[in-house]
Design a protein around this ligand. Sequence first.
Ligand code: AMP
Length: 523
Amino acid sequence: MTNELFKEMDLSPSVLKAVAEMGFEEPSPIQAKTIPAILRGEDLIGQAQTGTGKTAAFGIPMVERLDHRSKRVQGLVLVPTRELAIQVAEEITKIGRHAGVKVVPIYGGQSYDRQIRALEHGAQIAIGTPGRVMDHIRKATLHLDNVKTMVLDEADEMLDMGFIEDVEFILQQVPEERQTLLFSATVPEPIARLARRYLKHPQHISISPERLTVPLTDQVYYEVREHEKLDALSRILDMEGAERTIIFCRTKKRVDELAEGLQARGYTAEAIHGDLNQVQRNRVMKRFREGGSEMLVATDVAARGLDIENVTHVVNYDLPQDPESYVHRIGRTGRAGRSGTAITLVTSREFRQVRQMERVLRVHMQRRPIPSPQDVAEKQREALKARLAEEVERGVLPEYQELVMSLAESYDSVDIAAAVIRLMVDKGREPQAEEFGETGAEPGMVRLFLNMGRADRIGPADVVRGLAEGSGISGSVLGLIDIYDRFTFVEMPHDVASKVLRSVTDIHIRGKSVNMEPARPRV
Ligand code: AMP
């Protein structure tokens, strides 16, 4: 099942393998439209925002069209910011991993020497900000005479930042016999003019939906940072009293990681995606339908065609790739006359995309603050009160009554009841952040000190692997990893930290047993 549609696109085995490893199950809408055209060598204007999969939309065909024997720059991507340069370079490196493609980001703020060395080593794709690319052209350290494909990414941003003249200058340095691709969220007149001047008969490709009926669902969003997502989601779900929830992630990998993260926190969550065979899939669905699991973590592909009733909450853990997919996802709640809630987690980079989605769909998503641990505790107290009241009304057992009465000869009965609650709550209780004291971590997180560092030749991946293998936690829940010469700090949510510290087996990093303890606060 997996990758069926990518396979139909006439891609080489090495690229298909890389795409599968990246966890992409099928082309996103913009990819479905652009990849075939780019492979045919056509110029195009792709109207798409960040989050739609636009990087791979040009990255995949660009890697395909390279002459792998030549080590000269054949693809040039211009982007507005250094962050985007780095991000695009990472994505294309992943796509080209098995094809042995060399990618170099070139941006202001990094030393010229490093970039020049990378270029001299033979980079086939260069990704840069206009100013720095121009500098390299002038210094004759970047040669563009072999460029076959040129991409202007986030062209409207480059316009807003005043780079348009630089972009034109660069376009004039690239051979005329080339393919030019322009990606932009909007196409204002100066961008349209640029396209008329430098693109040849471009197709204009956009992914705005035709007409969509948005279901009557409460739509809310929470602003989060990427590494806070799991922590925020747990609190939101606790607060909402979510019962049957479907959570959507972008890739299979993220689905697996999130399901694991939720399980580690005690939720009955199960993953469903294209790597599951029919038998496994049926089993997961049966448990969810019958209430054996409360959460289903899914990719869009896996959730398609599933008929699930009475879902109380749909969560967009990752934003959907286009408005249509948003509508499909949230259409899963509030069936059969019941109302449901659609929850979307939004990082600051994604606000533009959310606004655009609201405009296109004519909906309003209400912003809510992430519940604080105190809010959650209050909610849990309320729930406990209700449960106790229910229990009292059901009638109490005579032998317990006798026990309380005999205690009541010496103690106040309110104190006795409070002590019982403490015993009951402590039993099922997760350790709290306070138990670690102040460790200098971000709010909600705990910073652990590890007695290994750069001198032991460890990198972040070794730390993640060591923790995952030793205590079964997923790398995605970890926050900042700061590696110093002889020691390392790792941030993680407090329940994960206590799991790590309580883990029965030793934790090994690069074969060495590592000692861990809560860090002291920064001074
Ligand atoms: P972009 O719009 O290029 O910023 O991509 C947004 C995110 O979507 C990136 O994390 C990509 O790795 C991911 N992505 C791109 N294409 C796909 C796909 N076909 N399926 C799932 N995720 C994708």
